[in-house]
Design a protein around this ligand. Structure first.
Ligand code: G3P
Ligand code: MG
Length: 246
């Protein structure tokens, strides 16, 4: 029995607000969404912030590498205005600000550890440590980086983890065991009905990203998805979002 809410706002609901933003969290909650996904990366001075890309160029008014800049340097730039002038001016949030917002808004977080190249273990360890210190609710950690996932596991062994992949690898059960993970997050575009059946056969919770279309979403639920990651949580009604998955 999965405890996943059915609809997870991807990058905090990145079509409706700046991705990985506090505004996105507030809008997702206001729409009735109970779960969010966001990406966490380390600054040069070791502070975890919400950021998807290794550079600032796409999502902020700044430029440069996140891993080479301090929090103060990064927060001089606007991470709201590039999405829409209505969201200017807002710096990239810290992980602890995002956790506080989740607590206040009653949101279940999927914390995706997104290490800049070469920072896998430090990012995983920091996420684990910050969760231990700043969060007493539930949620799930995921990462494309096994090194990051295992580093978080060492610091916070009891916190749920999901295997995050684009395509389901042949050895997915071994990878789940290695990480101590109980769920799989995978790209909807690459998922086959046979793979869905294999996941369902062993009763593993699985969730698909990124689904911005209702018809595609219904097809994935029919295949057994516990949850969908979407940039458009507004496509679903509040009661459809909140029911627990499979
Ligand atoms: O965690 C699911 C999804 O967010 C993975 O892809 O690139 O959007 O972080 P990406
Ligand atoms: Mg992500």
């Amino acid at each position: 029995m999965s405890t996943y809410p059915r609809i997870i706002a991807h990058r905090c609901g990145g079509a409706l607000a700046p991705e990985n933003s506090l505004a996105g969290l507030a809008i997702a909650a206001r729409l009735g969404c109970r779960a969010v996904e966001f990406d966490v990366m380390l600054t040069a001075d070791g502070v975890p912030i919400l950021m998807h890309d290794e550079t600032l160029r796409r999502t902020t008014t700044g430029h440069g590498r996140v891993a080479a800049m301090t929090l103060a340097e990064i927060r001089r730039f606007d991470a709201g205005g590039p999405h829409h002038a209505a969201f200017a001016v807002a710096p990239a949030p810290t992980f602890s600000e995002a956790l506080a917002a989740c607590q206040r808004l009653g949101l279940w977080p999927n914390i995706e550890i997104k290490p800049a190249a070469g920072h896998d273990e430090a990012t995983g360890e920091t996420v684990g440590r910050w969760l231990a210190e700043h969060w007493n609710g539930t949620g799930v950690i995921s990462s494309f980086s096994e090194k990051s996932a295992l580093a978080a596991r060492r610091v916070l062994p009891q916190f749920p983890q999901a295997l995050l992949v684009e395509r389901l690898p042949a050895d997915w059960r071994t990878q789940l065991d290695r990480r101590g993970a109980s769920a799989v997050h995978l790209a909807a575009d690459h998922l086959t009905p046979l793979q869905a059946a294999a996941l369902n056969d062993v009763g593993v919770t699985w969730a698909a990203y990124t689904v911005n279309d209702r018809v595609a979403g219904e097809r994935l639920f029919a295949l057994g998805a516990a949850a969908l990651f979407t940039d458009r949580p507004d496509l679903w009604l509040p009661d459809e979002m909140q029911a627990a998955g499979a």
